[in-house]
Design a protein around this ligand. Structure first.
Ligand code: SF4
Length: 147
């Protein structure tokens, strides 16, 4: 059993989490790293609290108390317009302060967003291929299924 917490970008705070929960079930995107025969439980779901992300200081603690072993920063951090400028700081903070590994990405990037973003130089400037490697490796057909 793997217990995880998910933090989404506050710009999408009304999101019902449909794609994230689907991806947990399908072990796609940022969740492809977990074997299909290992149960994954989402023990926390919250948002960053709005720029510059004040909730990042607190919500991982609650997730950890609930047994979270990993925190996932949602795919919206990567493919929002603009992408979140604090991804690396959030990752470093949570990993250092709470000792919880952080994975950048939840559901696969919908192909239509991937096609638009990969043309934007700032994705390269932010080293997004490195930061969100699991998402970049995703199969095109799977990305299309998440359009
Ligand atoms: S861009 Fe980053 S800091 Fe701003 S609301 Fe989204 S996740 Fe939070």
């Amino acid at each position: 059993m793997k217990k995880i917490g998910i933090i989404i970008c506050s710009r999408y705070q009304s999101c019902g989490g449909g794609k994230c929960f689907r991806a947990v079930r399908e072990r796609a995107g940022g969740f492809a790293r977990y074997p299909k025969n290992e149960p994954v439980e989402v023990v926390g779901f919250s948002n960053c609290g709005g720029c510059p992300g004040g909730n990042i200081e607190y919500v991982p603690e609650e997730m950890k108390k609930n047994g979270a072993e990993v925190v996932h920063l949602a795919t919206g951090f990567v493919v929002g317009y603009p992408p979140c400028p604090y991804i690396l700081q959030f990752k470093q903070f949570i990993e250092t302060r709470y000792g919880l590994p952080v994975v950048v990405g939840t559901h696969p990037i919908p192909l239509k967003y991937f096609e638009a973003h990969r043309l934007l130089p700032y994705w390269d400037d932010m080293k997004m291929a490195e930061i969100a490697g699991d998402l970049m490796k995703e199969d095109r057909a799977v990305m299309e299924a998440y359009n």
